[in-house]
Design a protein. Structure first.
Length: 220
């Protein structure tokens, strides 16, 4: 069964014999996932660190983030269709919306609780400005926690992306899964599920390696 599915996705398919399902779907899904996670992670880091550093930003951002974290992003699909259309921006927006509230609150909690006050006092004693404190002390102190939090968002981000591709995409893993599910042809479905799991695991191990390189002092 798996051999049949592998042969079908690796060989040319369709009316045009230059179509390669696996390459096209992998590139489309990977590009959308990377762009959505990049936007979501960058916004979460900025908002979370600022919330942990400034009380007025915490008071302004924490209630809406807590509210948005309770809304299932897949339930917002119709809203995304209206606001940003059904092109590439929709996938990025959906992944960013799905990861930002939880990830920003995680970064905020790390900035609030995982930075020893002694480090803050030492930085101010040595003449650091508030911006220097945020970059040189808070950010670097919580960076390994941020990377671990990003690891936990890979699975939810893949779920959101596959759901969006299932509904509106013309290429990608979600689209191909829908296509073969409707045909009750499971040879490709099983293979694509294995590939999705393997890809998520590869990203997870890459982030672990990145954490070890950037934060060797953190340990396991």
């Amino acid at each position: 069964l798996y051999r049949d599915g592998l042969l079908r996705v690796l060989t040319t398919q369709g009316l045009n014999k230059d179509e390669h399902w696996l390459l096209e779907d992998a590139l489309a899904t990977a590009y959308r996932l990377a762009a959505g996670l990049l936007v979501g992670v960058l916004l979460s880091m900025v908002i979370g660190i600022l919330m942990g550093s400034y009380a007025w930003i915490e008071a302004f951002c924490l209630p809406p983030l807590s509210f948005l974290a309770k809304i299932p992003p897949t339930a917002m699909l119709a809203v995304f269709f209206v606001l940003v259309g059904t092109d590439f921006k929709m996938y990025v927006t959906m992944i960013a919306f799905g990861t930002l509230p939880t990830l920003a609150q995680t970064v905020y909690q790390c900035a609030k609780k995982d930075v020893p006050e002694s480090l803050i006092y030492k930085a101010y004693t040595l003449g650091a400005s508030h911006a220097e404190l945020i970059w040189n002390v808070i950010y670097k102190q919580i960076l390994p926690r941020i990377i671990d939090a990003i690891r936990l968002q890979i699975g939810p981000a893949l779920v959101l992306l596959v759901a969006a591709e299932w509904m509106i995409a013309s290429e990608g893993f979600g689209y191909r899964l829908r296509l073969f599910y409707q045909r009750t042809d499971m040879t490709v479905v099983y293979l694509y599920l294995i590939l999705l799991g393997a890809a998520g695991l590869a990203v997870d191990y890459f982030l672990i390696w990145l954490r070890r390189k950037l934060c060797p002092w953190f340990g396991e």
